[in-house]
Design a protein around this ligand. Structure first.
Ligand code: GLU
Length: 512
């Protein structure tokens, strides 16, 4: 019988979600959708020292922005509510205590100073400074203290934690969908704390208990959790849940563009790209970090970028909609090795989407900025004109917001003229040639881009001048700029009379 697919994204609300986290959520979502499964959001907020106000809201908003729909979660509810671990606090203790009864966990009363002393002692004798099957025998816990003292301490309310009791030497083997078989010996592991002094479970206990209680079938998470997986496997075994243990898939790291080391916020600042989905202001320091949304990326592009960072489709297709991703995605095609972030590729994807979207839709996205610069678009005619400009410019830019400043010469006569072109291309007779060309356009009623182009060629033939001599001066005289959309399209947009006016204005200015 195949198991119902139930996956969870389980972030800790300790700050803004890194795009690596968004990718983890995305892969969970794609996998769930592909298998008609359920996508769960669970907030792992048991570490109260690391709680950051606003982080939960930020996580939810980020997921919504990229189009990841949650079926069970803190806002959606569901059969296993609550979905915030802090609200599940009373559920965990029984499992830790149950393990003590079975001799698979123990109370540990060591103070901070005693723990520190142990670490120093072990380090001095070149041993792993870990609380493990060896060192635990010289510490203050329910394995070493007499039973009546343990009892007395518990009754007195001494501070304690509950630790897992790992066997000295035992192989822990588990299968990871991406990495294959993983084998670790308990000799290399330590007796991790399961229940903390404040009665809160640690990540390990809460994570395993909740994955079990919530019927999670697949744990899809970042590679940084791979070292925790053997302990989780031991917990499943100890708790008697091995039969229903989820399958694991540990995703490769997102690497710096150069390829060495994990992608960090500093890399983003250095190379000019965000590492967070949305803008984030640190509530403590007030420090602002930029997000993909506010930087002008389309959510569709971000999804596409993230999908391909670690997962490879069977062919060379690059552009994927969410539906296509759901169709094509498989965990088997996720690579083991880290995925390098490529800034130029990110720009490229955004540009592809920009060009895919309808001109009027793109215009809508930048409407307020547009109207602030070029006046209200209060007639069909104005909207059409603006849409046409969008269509001419969008091929040259990566972000919708870059279209607005590039559109200025369609509305305003240029005041400045590209100095390099003027210096290089303006010969003694250039002004005169341009003015004659202008009158030629008017006399011959040039209207469409094709008209302008044909007449330009005829004019060159008739006068015997090379098109190269006047083409760039023409562009500069009407737009002020050396580069831009196809020149004859610009001329058609301006209309032949305005072209003449602009040529004259330019000639006038340059002659001064
Ligand atoms: N709370 C962990 C995190 O912040 C969850 C890791 C997991 O998915 O098991 O990513």
């Amino acid at each position: 019988m195949t198991r119902e697919v139930r996956v969870r994204f389980a972030p800790s609300p300790t700050g803004p979600l890194h795009i690596g986290g968004v990718r983890t959520a995305l892969y969970n979502y794609l996998f769930a959708k592909k298998h008609q499964g359920t996508m769960i959001l669970r907030l792992e907020d048991t570490d109260q020292n690391r709680f950051v106000p606003g982080a939960e809201q930020y996580i939810k908003e980020s997921l919504a922005w990229v189009g990841i729909e949650i079926q069970e979660g803190p806002d959606q509810g569901g059969p296993h509510a609550p979905y915030r671990q802090s609200e599940r606090k009373p559920m965990y203790r029984q499992y830790a205590e149950g393990l003590i009864e079975k001799g698979l966990a123990y109370y540990a009363f060591d103070t901070e100073e005693e723990l520190e002393e142990m670490r120093k002692r072990l380090e001095a004798s070149k041993m792993q400074p870990a609380y493990d099957s060896v060192s635990r025998m010289s510490m203050k816990n329910s394995l070493t203290l007499p039973a009546d003292e343990v009892k007395a301490r518990l009754e007195r309310g001494d501070n304690y934690v509950i630790r897992i009791k790992l066997p000295r030497k035992e192989e822990v083997r588990f299968h990871d969908i991406i990495r294959g078989w993983v084998v670790v010996n308990t000799g290399q592991m330590d007796d991790k704390v399961l229940l903390k002094g404040d009665g809160m479970p640690t990540y390990h206990l809460a994570n395993v208990v909740d994955d079990y209680l919530m019927g999670i079938s697949h744990v899809i998470r970042g590679e940084e959790w791979l070292p925790s997986a053997p302990l989780h496997v031991m917990l499943y075994r100890y708790l008697g849940w091995e039969e229903v243990m989820p399958e694991f898939a540990h995703l490769p790291l997102l690497l710096k563009p150069e390829g060495n080391g994990k992608l960090s916020k500093r890399d983003g600042d250095r190379l000019g790209f965000p590492v967070f989905p949305l803008n984030w202001t640190d509530p403590k320091t007030g420090e602002m970090s930029s997000g993909y949304r506010e930087s002008g990326y389309f959510p569709e592009a971000v999804v596409n970028i993230l999908a391909l960072l670690g997962w490879h489709p069977s062919d060379n297709q690059e552009m994927f909609s969410m539906e296509e991703l759901i169709e094509a995605f498989s965990l088997e095609k996720v690579s083991k090795s880290g995925a390098k972030f490529d800034v130029n590729k990110a720009f490229w994807f955004n540009q592809q989407y920009l060009n895919k979207f309808d001109n009027s839709l793109v215009l809508d996205m930048i409407k307020s900025d547009w109207e602030a610069n070029y006046g209200v678009l209060d007639s069909e005619e104005k909207k059409e004109y603006a849409s046409k400009i969008v269509s001419l410019i969008k091929e040259k830019v990566q972000f919708a917001k870059q279209i607005v400043p590039s559109a200025h010469f369609f509305y305003n006569r240029p005041e400045e003229f590209d100095e390099q072109v003027v210096a290089k291309k303006w010969k003694e007779n250039t002004s005169e040639l341009l003015q004659k060309l202008g009158t030629y356009f008017v006399a011959n009623h040039a209207i469409s881009a094709a008209d302008f182009e044909n007449q330009f060629k005829l004019y060159c033939d008739e006068t015997g001048i090379k098109s190269g001599e006047v083409l760039q001066p023409l562009r500069v005289s009407v737009s002020g700029e050396a580069m831009g959309p196809p020149i004859f399209e610009i001329l058609a947009m301006l209309g032949n009379q305005e072209v003449v006016n602009r040529i004259n204005a330019c000639v006038d200015k340059l002659s001064k």
